[in-house]
Write a protein that binds this ligand. Structure first.
Ligand code: TXA
Ligand code: MG
Length: 335
């Protein structure tokens, strides 16, 4: 581990710096890696000491399972002892890309990575820098990179290298800067329980797209589904109190808070700033994809705007907003 303050920020991510990052991973160090969803805090998944360092850097309680990132699907067999037909179909359809599969683990997937469960989370990311780094790590004999989102535990996930630096600067050996993440929210997680597909976390790939590939809709998580930390409420939360409000109630709610002398910040959607309001205001994109891409950067910006409360205009109903609604429900959960 590096001493505090020794984080190297790598930009641009050229061949030489990717090679250095791969060697750093092979040496058991932590490297923050851009993916198409969010930045990941990477460590050699086959090295329990390196994986343990992830937990201390994040301040995350141990026992939470991590996702192992693979250079390509040919590495699946190292980590999964059983690959149901449906899982193979999803991997073929969506890898590389924002899909995580939860599958029965091999002995290589140790307790540090799986949280002691009999399953392991696996994904092949599509971000070119992640792919190059995973390939370079594989050339050094690496089999997979365990990486949770590169934020302090419970905080908003990072979608730029600057977000990572503000949460984890001094706690990681390197931050590889791959620009802004394209999807902006975490991968869709599908677990296979007795051959049945269970949607554990909505994400960049919609349930409808998964249903098309499987020929049936994935089930909602039931009592027999594996645990997932991202399914706890009050994850992905800004430090400022955040509230979901319906668009038609926004003006009333703004007035109510400002009468109590509270400084209000607003994450709106396709709305004009009301005349006379001079507080922090972000008008987010009106489409679900664009909204998701900018969501965490917007929450982080409003979180540091000096407001007492963040009002988030509730997104519309409709399946394409499922993942955004899921993250906003957690970001605004009280208690
Ligand atoms: O897009 C993503 O998935 C990002 C990027 C970095 O790949 N990673 C990410 O990791 O979101 P993290 O640790 O913040 O969330 C991983 C989620 C957690 O909800 C965890 O509980 C679940 O995956 N998970 C991982 N392995 C699991 C397993 N064996 N059983 C159940 N849930 C698992
Ligand atoms: Mg996370």
């Amino acid at each position: 581990m590096k001493t505090p303050g020794a984080t190297e920020r790598v930009h641009p991510a050229d061949d030489a710096s990717i090679e250095r990052a791969a060697r750093s991973l092979a040496a058991g160090e932590l490297v923050a890696v851009p993916t198409e969803t969010v930045y990941g805090l990477g460590a050699d998944a086959a090295n329990p000491a390196a994986v343990a360092a992830i937990y201390s850097a994040k301040g995350r309680p141990s026992g939470h399972p991590l996702i192992v990132h693979l250079a390509d699907a040919s590495h699946l067999g190292h980590w999964a002892r059983e690959i149901p037909e449906g899982a193979r179909r999803l991997a073929n359809a969506f890898w590389p890309g924002p899909l995580t599969l939860i599958l029965p683990r091999t002995a290589l997937a140790g307790d540090a990575v799986t949280g002691g469960q009999d399953t392991v989370g696996l994904r092949v990311p599509s971000h070119p820098v992640a792919r190059a780094l995973l390939a370079a790590f594989a050339r050094l004999g690496g089999l997979g990179v365990a990486a949770p989102s590169a934020n302090r535990y419970g905080h908003v996930s990072p979608t730029t290298a600057a977000h990572v630096a503000s949460d984890l600067g001094g706690r990681v050996a390197m931050i590889v800067d791959g620009g802004r993440c394209d999807v902006g929210i975490e991968s869709t997680i599908v677990a296979f329980v007795d051959g049945r597909a269970v949607l554990m976390r909505p994400g960049g790939i919609g349930a409808d797209a998964i249903a098309r590939v499987l020929g049936r809709a994935p089930e909602p998580p039931g009592a027999d589904a594996p645990r997932a930390s991202g399914t706890h409420l009050s994850h992905y939360a800004p430090r400022t109190a955040a509230f979901l409000v319906d668009a038609h109630a926004l003006a009333t709610e703004m007035l109510r808070l400002s009468e109590r002398d509270e400084v209000v910040a607003v994450l709106a959607r396709r709305a004009a700033r009301p005349a006379g309001f001079d507080g922090p205001w972000i008008d987010a994109p009106g489409d679900a994809e664009g909204y998701a891409r900018e969501l965490y950067a917007n929450l982080r910006a409003l979180d540091t705007a000096g407001a007492d409360a963040i009002l988030v205009v509730a997104p519309p109903a409709g399946a394409d907003w499922d993942a955004v609604r899921d993250r906003l429900a957690r970001a605004t959960h009280r208690g």
